[in-house]
Ligand binder design. Structure first.
Ligand SMILES: [Fe+2]
Length: 252
């Protein structure tokens, strides 16, 4: 089992296609190519990539090009559901071990010395998120079984307010229940989310909560409306050792 490893997180790419632009102005194809290129030129190439939701923007056919481009990352990828993903379409591109028996995209990555939990917070046809009853029980059972390793949890929707007019009302609606649960486990060290398209970090009950900025569009945390979008790409890197997890955002 590898003791030190690097996770690359790419979030909210909102990929459309090489022939279209998102909202008629954002070139998500080019920004994803730049992201891939930046990843392949890092001093240390990540061992795996976690794609924390909103991989594409609303239309399932975009997955075909998106996943073809992902092959250029040359590393295992772990896709997650976001509110702009299409559950039935995404599942066609996932191996069965990433889908639980109720059809949620809940899974663990156990190949490393830190346990990685990818938690599904997407609700069909809704922008806000929620951890459904099955997923919450799955999370509890998963944490109950893991006593030794540090745990890092990835989810699309934030379980907390970050002080954003645009995103706080569409966060994970039962985030408090989630925090109450994970706070009982001393080995849960970090929770990372996408969805908010900006950089944010805080600490609650000794657990770090942080966001991954978007792979295509940034909304400043104090944006008053969605027209304040900026075309900007970032990735987040997590250096995980047996003893600590450190992270940094890389602007592309
Ligand atoms: Fe998004």
């Amino acid at each position: 089992m590898k003791k030190n490893f690097l996770i690359g997180q790419i979030s909210d790419t909102h990929y459309v296609s090489s022939k279209e632009k998102l909202f008629d102005k954002i070139d998500t194809h080019n920004s994803f190519l730049r992201t891939i290129d930046a990843c392949n030129n890092l001093d240390q190439i990540p061992d795996i990539y976690i794609l924390s939701g909103d991989l594409i923007h609303d239309i399932e056919i975009y997955y075909h090009e998106f996943f073809n481009l992902c092959k250029k990352l040359n590393r295992p990828i772990y896709p997650m559901m976001g509110n702009h993903d299409v559950r039935s379409g995404l599942k066609k591109h996932l191996s069965k071990n990433l889908i639980d028996e109720k059809g949620n995209v809940n899974y663990c990555i156990d190949s490393f010395n830190t346990k990685i939990i990818c938690l599904d917070t997407a609700i069909e046809n809704k922008i806000e998120g929620e951890i459904n009853k099955y997923s919450m029980d799955w999370l509890k059972n998963t944490l109950d079984r893991e006593n030794d390793k540090h745990v890092i949890i990835f989810m699309h929707h934030p379980p907390i307010n970050i002080g954003s007019l645009l995103f706080d009302h569409i966060k994970c609606q039962n985030g408090k229940e989630f925090i109450d649960l994970i706070s009982k486990y001393n080995n849960v060290k970090e929770v990372v989310f996408g969805h908010v398209h900006c950089s944010y970090t805080t600490k609650i009950n000794n657990i770090i909560f942080s966001s991954c900025p978007s792979g295509s569009i940034e909304y400043p945390i104090d944006a008053k409306d969605s027209s304040e979008m900026i075309e900007k790409s970032s990735i987040k890197l997590f250096n995980c050792s047996e003893f600590e997890i450190s992270s940094k955002n890389i602007l592309i």
